[in-house]
Design a protein around this ligand. Structure first.
Ligand code: SAM
Length: 270
C-alpha cells in the first residue's frame, strides 16, 4: 500500500462526487428556489466547475429550462463537463457553456445575467484578497457556495497521530504559494465576513462527508492525499506517518475505518 500514488485529478473528482452529492445541504436549494425566474430560462454560473459535479447535482433539483455557464482555469476539465447531458427536474432542457479563465480576476461583468452563482469545493484555494474579489463580483445575486472545508476531521477508531497529521494538513492548506497565502479552512469565515461588508446575509449549513465501509475507496484516496500534504508541510512526520498510513489503509480496506470530513455550505443573498 502506497501513500503517495494519487489518482489523476479528474478521477479524484469522479470518486468524490457521490460523497459531495450526499453531503450538500438541500435545504439551501429550497431556500433559494423562490428567487429564481419562472417565466424564462434560469441562468446559472458555476465557479471552479471542474468536470461539472455541481451541474449534475443541482440542475435536476430545479424545474424549468436552464442555461449553465461553467468557469474553470482547466480546459480539459471543462471539456469533460460539457460532454455529459443533464435535464431539469421536470425534464426541461439544460444547456451548458464553458469559460476558461482565472477566477481570482473575476468581476461582476463576468457574471452579468446570472440568476444564481454556485461553487463547490473551491473557496479554500483562494487568498483573503481573492475571496474579497469573488464576493464583490457575486454580491447582489444569490450565491450558493458548497462543500468548503472547515479543517475538522475525525477518524474512527482514533489513532495517536490523527491530531498531529490534521494540524500539519491544515497548515499546508494555509501555505503560501507563489506569494499567495491560501485561506484553506479559514475561507468560510472570510467569505461570510466579506458578504457582510456588502450588506448581504448568509445562511450557513453543515455538510460533512461521513465515510464508512461503503466509501472505502474514497476514504483511502482522501487519506493518501491528506497524509501526503501533511508530510510535505512537515517532512519530519514522514517517518511516523509510514506506519500510521499502513494501519489506516488496512483499516479502510477491511471496511473498519470511518472518516468525517467537515464542510460548510453557504447561501448568500438567497
Ligand atoms: C476541488 S475542485 C472542485 C471541482 C468541482 N466544483 C467539484 O466539486 O467537483 C476545484 C476546481 O476549481 C478550479 N480552480 C481553482 N482555482 C481556480 C482559479 N483561480 N481559477 C479558475 N479555476 C480554479 C480547479 O481547476 C478545479 O477544477
Amino acid at each position: 500500500m502506497s501513500i503517495d500514488v494519487l489518482l489523476p485529478f479528474s478521477s479524484w473528482l469522479e470518486l468524490r462526487e457521490p460523497a459531495d452529492a450526499a453531503a450538500r445541504a438541500g435545504a439551501l436549494v429550497e431556500a433559494v428556489r423562490h428567487r429564481l425566474p419562472t417565466d424564462r430560462p434560469i441562468v446559472l454560473h458555476d465557479l471552479g466547475s471542474g468536470t461539472g459535479s455541481m451541474l449534475r447535482w443541482l440542475a435536476p433539483r430545479l424545474p424549468g429550462p436552464q442555461h449553465w455557464v461553467l468557469h474553470d482555469r482547466d480546459q480539459e476539465l471543462l471539456d469533460l463537463a460539457a460532454t455529459g447531458s443533464v435535464t431539469a427536474a421536470d425534464g426541461a432542457p439544460v444547456s451548458v457553456a464553458t469559460r476558461c479563465g482565472d477566477l481570482t480576476r473575476l468581476t461582476a461583468a463576468d457574471l452579468a445575467g446570472a440568476d444564481l452563482i454556485t461553487a463547490s469545493a473551491l473557496l479554500d484555494m483562494f487568498t483573503a484578497e481573492e475571496v474579497e474579489r469573488v464576493v464583490a463580483a457575486c454580491a447582489g445575486r444569490p450565491t450558493l457556495l458548497m462543500i468548503s472545508v472547515t479543517g475538522e476531521v475525525r477518524l474512527s477508531p482514533a489513532d495517536p497521530l490523527d491530531i498531529e497529521i490534521a494540524a500539519a494538513f491544515n497548515d499546508h492548506q494555509r501555505r503560501t504559494v507563489d506569494g499567495r497565502r491560501l485561506l484553506g479552512p479559514d475561507a468560510v469565515e472570510a467569505a461570510v465576513a466579506a458578504f457582510a461588508r456588502h450588506g448581504v446575509a448568509v445562511q450557513v449549513r453543515s455538510s460533512p462527508w461521513r465515510l464508512g465501509a461503503a466509501q472505502a475507496d474514497l476514504s483511502a484516496e482522501w487519506f493518501r492525499g491528506w497524509v501526503a500534504a501533511a508530510c510535505e508541510q512537515r517532512p519530519e512526520l514522514a517517518g511516523p506517518a509510514g506506519g500510521y498510513a499502513r494501519r489506516r489503509l488496512a483499516q479502510a480496506a477491511a471496511g473498519r475505518l470511518r472518516v468525517l470530513v467537515d464542510h460548510r455550505d453557504l447561501l448568500a443573498g438567497g
